[in-house]
Ligand binder design. Structure first.
Ligand SMILES: Nc1ncnc2c1ncn2[C@@H]1O[C@H](COP(=O)(O)OP(=O)(O)OP(=O)(O)O)[C@@H](O)[C@H]1O
Length: 587
């Protein structure tokens, strides 16, 4: 309509010009009239009021606007053509590890200092971020309480390029970094979630420079994280199966050094050698040539607090693998989810299935039946029927949610099995497990964890009081009495310590009174104190976690720990005795 008017105005202007009745300056005014209805009245009014004609000014503005719009359009079109034929790009989704690698790398680059579009991130995200190797450990001042507001105030935020486009040069190439956020429908609840992706673009018809950049970012990231273990757990129920990833990164923790897990040295070495051989790059071919599924499972069993999970963490750290933890008691976990989780595991990782005995994989108990009404009262009968129906619905719901033994076996054995991955299952009650679950091929090595021996108590003590806990105890050189260093061996293999029952625990094998404690003045070194400490505690009675808990409350005072350990030990044995009697007496 406006264009039509403009043409009409032009025609009119033409006729006016040919008639030579109006001046050429009227031409813009006629065009403006076509675009802005009533323009001539406004301009006349302004001419009367202000004393000058605004036509020239408005015409210039229109011209500039028109020019800018056409240039933008032309630029966009040209850029699109250029992008199409002369540029290459790689897109990265936010749930891929590469996203973290690139973002972390960019945060360390000049672009994160010079860009005008930045996103600030809190300097420290979790407790482990406080580990700064370059900062000396501050002296503990018991008179001053730590105030983390002051502490945090000193930690500057980190900056990353924000949403939008950013341009930078790197190693002679010009790159565009585009960060976008979109809302996607989940199909569940919440209905919409934010999805982020980044696109790296470079000039040229080859993606090689971008691949190089991603490689560099990955090396940078992994170098920073080389002494850390990444922990992943299943995504919340509502995200599972709808997005691409079923796993989410929950933490990056410093790797646990293997020597901090106190276990029979021979047993530990045997386990490490086995995993090392399994993970060796030539091993998959060996398995394939013999038609054996390439997988290996380990069962760690023993009392709570004896180091099962700690060893799994240490294995992940030693072999530089991420750890994927699944709790089978999670009520939201379904068999379908479990299958999906196993399918989306990376090529090499540690899968930790914790407390598999608690997962209800044992024989299911018969449901309690609703009591039959004794009399023939129809109301009571109807009531009983309703109760039965209600219980049956409840049972069905429960069954649908939980993981059954066959569901777990399918996940372990199926196409989505853990080929190439280290599967670790932990349990406190190995005897309760179904034979099918622990048969060779599913569980290839069992590691028993026991209450602490004298040698282990000694090691725990030394580790606690060595400045950075880095000491490696050589069992041959400990200051313990001979015979207490390790368990007796048979045919060169360490005898597996028998799991002590509660009654045996009440009468410990070697009571403190039988042990000669070195005189106080002879306790000059930490080794002497450790030996005296170990001698004061009965072997096979306390879990390493219990001893660690005791030492932690005296973590700067080894002599105090030595003085107080006998009283602590007596009271602990008493408490355990009471508990055991309570359990055996029954309700
Ligand atoms: N053998 C051990 N060597 C070193 N530390 C240990 C050992 N056993 C237990 N601990 C310490 O005790 C705590 C609990 O250990 P961990 O969680 O590994 O035990 P767990 O056997 O997996 O227990 P649960 O069966 O309850 O899961 C940790 O802080 C760990 O450092």
């Amino acid at each position: 309509m406006a264009t039509k008017n403009a043409f009409r105005a032009l025609k009119h202007a033409d006729s006016v010009e040919t008639n030579s009745t109006t001046s050429i300056t009227q031409l813009p005014a006629n065009i403006l009239e076509a675009f802005i209805p009533g323009y001539s009245i406004i301009s006349k009014f302004l001419l009367d009021a202000l004393g000058f004609d605004i036509t020239l000014l408005v015409s210039v503005c229109f011209l500039v606007f028109g020019l800018a719009t056409s240039l933008t359009f032309a630029w966009k079109h040209l850029y699109r053509q250029f992008e199409e034929y002369c540029m290459s790009f790689i897109r990265i989704d936010s749930d891929d590890d590469i996203h973290d690698h690139v973002m972390e790398w960019l945060a360390s680059q000049k672009i994160s200092k010079t860009s005008r579009k930045l996103m600030a991130k809190t300097g420290r995200e979790n407790a482990w971020d406080m580990l700064d190797e370059t900062v000396a450990e501050p002296e503990l001042d018991p008179t001053n309480l730590m105030n983390f507001n002051n502490w945090d105030a000193r930690v500057p935020p980190r900056f990353q390029p924000s949403f939008g486009s950013h341009f930078f040069f790197h190693r002679g190439h010009f790159f565009q970094f585009k960060r976008e956020q979109k809302q996607v429908m989940t199909g569940g609840w919440p209905m919409v979630r934010d999805d982020e992706n980044i696109t790296l673009t470079c000039i040229g018809r080859s993606t090689e420079p971008i691949k190089e950049l991603i490689k560099e970012a990955r090396e940078f990231y992994l170098d920073k994280q080389k002494s850390c273990t990444v922990v992943r757990r299943p995504c919340p129920k509502e995200h599972r199966g709808r997005g691409r990833s079923v796993w989410m990164k929950v933490a990056t923790r410093p790797s646990r050094p293997m020597h901090t897990v106190i276990l029979e040295h021979e047993q530990k070495n045997r386990l490490l050698a086995d995993i090392n051989e399994y993970l060796h790059p030539s091993t998959p071919r060996w398995y394939a040539n013999r038609g054996i599924p390439y997988r290996r499972g380990y069962l760690f069993h023993g009392n709570p607090g004896t180091g099962k999970s700690s060893l799994a963490w240490a294995i992940a750290g030693v072999f530089g693998l991420d750890i994927y933890c699944i709790s089978l008691v999670d009520p939201t976990l379904t068999e379908e989810d479990l299958g999906m989780m196993f399918t989306s595991l990376p090529r090499r990782c540690v899968i930790l299935l914790e407390d598999i005995d608690a997962a209800g994989l044992n024989k299911r108990q018969e449901d309690e039946k609703a009591p039959e009404p004794k009399d023939e009262d129809p109301t009571a009968k109807i009531g009983a029927e309703i109760t039965r129906a209600f219980k049956s619905v409840q049972k069905n719901d429960k069954d649908k949610q939980g993981i059954t033994l066959s569901g777990l076996l399918n996940a372990i054995d199926g196409v989505a099995s853990h080929e190439g991955r280290v599967l670790v299952m932990t349990t406190n009650f190995p005897d309760k497990l179904d034979d099918a679950l622990i048969r060779p091929g599913r569980i290839d090595m069992k590691v028993e964890f026991t209450n602490a021996t004298h040698a282990q108590i000694y090691e725990l003590f030394i580790r606690m009081y060595t400045p950075d806990g880095s000491v490696k105890v050589d069992p041959a050189k400990t200051k313990l009495d001979k015979g207490q260093v390790s368990r007796p061996t048979q045919n060169g293999h360490a005898l597996q310590p028998k799991m002590l029952g509660m009654n045996e625990m009440l009468t410990p094998p070697d009571t403190p009174t039988q042990v000669k404690v070195p005189a106080n003045e002879q306790l000059n070194t930490i080794e002497d104190i450790a030996a005296a400490f170990a001698n004061l505690l009965p072997a096979d009675t306390f879990t390493p976690a219990e001893i660690q808990g005791f030492l932690l409350t005296r973590k700067k005072e080894p002599k105090k720990a030595l003085e107080e350990v006998t009283t602590w030990s007596k009271s602990m044995i008493e408490t355990k005795g009471k508990k055991a009697r309570g359990t055996t007496a029954g309700p």
